[in-house]
Design a protein around this ligand. Sequence first.
Ligand code: C2O
Length: 346
Amino acid sequence: APIYAPDLSQCGDATVPLKKSPGTNVSVHCCPPISTNIIDFKPPEFTKIRSRPAAHLVDAEYVEKFQEAIKRMKALDEKDPRNFTQQAKVHCAYCNSAYEQMGFPSQDLQIHNSWLFFPFHRLYLYFYERILGKLIGDPDFALPFWNWDSPKGMTIPAIYADSTSSVYDAKRNASHQPPVLVDLDYSSDKNLSKEEMIKANLCVMYRQMVKGSKTKTLFHGKEYRMGYAPDPGAGTIENGIHLSVHKWVGDPTQPLKEDMGNFYSAGYDPLFYAHHANLDRMWNLWKTKLPKQNTDFTDADWLDSSFLFYDENANLVRVRVRDCIDSKNLGYDYQSVNIPWLESKP
Ligand code: C2O
């Protein structure tokens, strides 16, 4: 059977493992407000596809709109499920064992390290984007993506690095500010020139997207059905570039590498959503731009797995994986930019 959307009334404290002392956890509260009125997702109506722009290519008008939208999200009542903090907590609840599996209470619900990784984050971002659009009265608003797979996009995008901006976050690695280039295969700082880093990153992209993602399971991650233990296994990108960027951005002087360096806190950094928008773009590229034409799982347990999110009107919505496999059904796509790593066979 599929993994069903959790019962919000059963939400408990989330646990964050302490890396320094294995076996010990910190608990954090990240349960969302409860609503008993759950509506089933209906695809949005739209007249034109929203195009998510590369964060380093946006114009001043876009930046102003985006910053204003985040500002308004932060200013919402703290109990409003669309509030910035509430939105950040969504990630914590689904990632740090705040929920148990429906029908199988002895197992935790964890959307990472499994085939739920890409769909969960796609839907999470979708509702986040709709909320932002609603708050500025622009239903066509589209989130920016952090184009870390292209040389010009390999630093933290300028709009996020401006300390006066609503999308700035102080809890980031101070020595990884622009113009320092991201390391897509990060464990500790390397001593590479700019050219070397770009070349290394493009090879990592090729290795993980083309060579390392040749099957559905290698790309998406292992199957995760009702009753399965959490974390059956991550796909190549989730385990690789995805985690590298989280670790590279997180602040090593914070106890748990907050914000980006820990799942429970990652959603507090607005950059998280741009990072995940690019990962989401990888899902589209994997299906349309690679030498091999890849297709998604057709397994009903994957397609019928479901999640709960609050929408732009603060209604609680149940949405299934099958609702999101084509981003165009959700009304968006990505700005088309060069894909230099396609030619970067190591
Ligand atoms: Cu849900 Cu990048 O983590």
